[in-house]
Design a protein around this ligand. Structure first.
Ligand code: GLU
Length: 423
């Protein structure tokens, strides 16, 4: 048996970054010291090591995590990511951001996140299924439809959710669809869930354009990441007449100043597995992509992409965080100083968990809504959250990230105060 070696990050600073953002807002709110201590730490952290039978007959041990940051407002909620660089520190940050995200849009969930250190692209489908089922079993001490509900995140999808749902249901002896969201429609998934994060991003882009008095058709966008969030969002923008001039995924970046044919690119990606070398585009460095002049820069991949090093060279008008944590606090300060508006992750990408909430409600009631109804409800919640956050930012003359955190922390703090400290 070999222990799966973990690619180390240069520094585990993601949770420190989440705590820094929390502190900024807590200071503004003059949050009570006790509440501050409770809310800036994660409530439950589980690390698991588990064996997986590989296709060649060998057995490999993988490391995984499930962290619940806070459950004051409802069951823990948040995705599971498969990535070679996943760390406990990162999962803590992602869990904390889920708490704030759910509170920003006002859905009754706390925050959680999970991750497995692995390279999913190098695993066969059977290995991925074995890994998923065993990981689901290991974290079954935490998850459940009224306790903690996973969903897709980086490198996981509806199929992975189906395996988790089935594994959990086998142990329960009956189907438990509400244990995960982002499932296939055939087993209790929701219409509109797959594109929900992107649709939510689109709502905040539309509302921002409205506030700025600009029209979207003819504007330009750059999208980093062509996965769960980036791909549908690029399609929606293209349909609205926005020129998507550059796109990247983990294998490369492409550029066409006249705008990329996104529907054809989507087909190309599903055939070849990447966006690299797409006809009619020029190759571009991953770093260069973030520095292109554009109206909308949409990091929709991983954390720590816009940093102190490249923020002075970002030439977008607005940064819309489709990913979680793509902008470091130092970069935030630089962008704000330079007059670049940042729509923060906990607002911009909250559409995914919002439709996850709709899916969970539908599963619990066994009563399903049509896509128009889902999209309309999503749009309403995102628009409401956008105006609530903008109002706080205007009132205090602060950036949208601090404003979104203030709104969220205030809601979670209120729930904690009202419930009181047990025992
Ligand atoms: N992984 C997504 C996120 O970061 C969705 C989480 C969910 O639906 O629970 O927001």
């Amino acid at each position: 048996m070999a222990i799966d070696s973990r690619a180390t990050k240069s520094a585990d600073n993601t949770f420190a970054m989440a705590q820094y953002q929390f502190d900024q807002a807590a200071d503004r709110l003059q949050l009570d010291t006790n509440l501050r201590e409770i809310l800036r730490t994660c409530e439950r952290e589980l690390t698991v090591h588990f064996p997986v039978k590989m296709s060649d007959g060998s057995i490999r041990v993988f490391e995984g995590y499930r962290v619940q940051h806070n459950i004051a407002r409802g069951p823990a909620k948040g995705g599971i990511r498969y990535h070679p660089a996943v760390t406990l520190d990162e999962v803590r940050a992602l869990a904390m951001w889920m708490t704030w995200k759910c509170a920003v849009v006002g859905i009754p969930f706390g925050g959680a996140k999970g991750g497995v250190v692995c390279e999913p692209k190098k695993l066969s489908t059977a290995e991925l299924e074995n890994l998923t089922r065993r990981y689901a079993t290991e974290i079954s001490v935490l998850i459940g439809p009224d306790r903690d509900i996973p969903a897709p995140d980086v490198n996981t999808n509806a199929q992975v959710m189906a395996w988790i749902m089935d594994t959990y249901s086998m142990a329960a002896g009956h189907s438990v669809p509400a244990v995960v969201t982002g499932k296939p429609l055939s087993i209790g998934g929701s219409e509109g869930r797959a594109e929900a994060t992107s649709r939510g991003c689109l709502t905040v882009i539309r509302e921002t354009a409205k506030r700025q008095g600009t029209a979207l058709p003819g504007q330009t966008a750059v999208v980093q990441g062509f996965g769960n969030v980036g791909a549908p969002l690029a399609t929606f923008l293209h349909e609205l007449g926005v020129k998507v001039i550059a796109v990247s995924d983990s294998s490369g970046a492409i550029f066409n100043p006249r705008g990329i044919d996104i529907p054809r690119l989507s087909r190309y990606k599903s055939e070849t597995g990447s966006v690299a070398r797409f006809m009619g585009t020029d190759p571009l460095g991953q770093a260069e992509l973030l520095e292109l002049p554009c109206d909308w820069l949409i990091p929709a991949a991983l954390e720590n992409q816009i940093t102190r090093a490249n923020a002075p060279r970002v030439r977008a008008r607005v940064v819309v965080e489709g990913a979680n944590g793509p902008t470091t606090p130092e970069a935030d300060a630089i962008l704000t100083e330079r007059g670049i508006l940042v729509i923060p992750d906990i607002l911009a990408n909250a559409g995914g968990v919002t439709v996850s909430y709709f899916e969970w409600v539908q599963d619990l009631q066994s009563f399903f809504w049509d896509e128009d109804e889902i999209n309309a409800k999503l749009d309403k919640l995102m628009t409401r959250a956008f105006s609530a956050v903008s109002a706080i930012a205007d009132r205090h003359d602060i950036d949208l990230r601090t404003a979104a955190h203030m709104l969220a922390i205030d809601r979670v703090a209120e729930a904690t105060r009202t419930r009181g400290i047990y025992p």
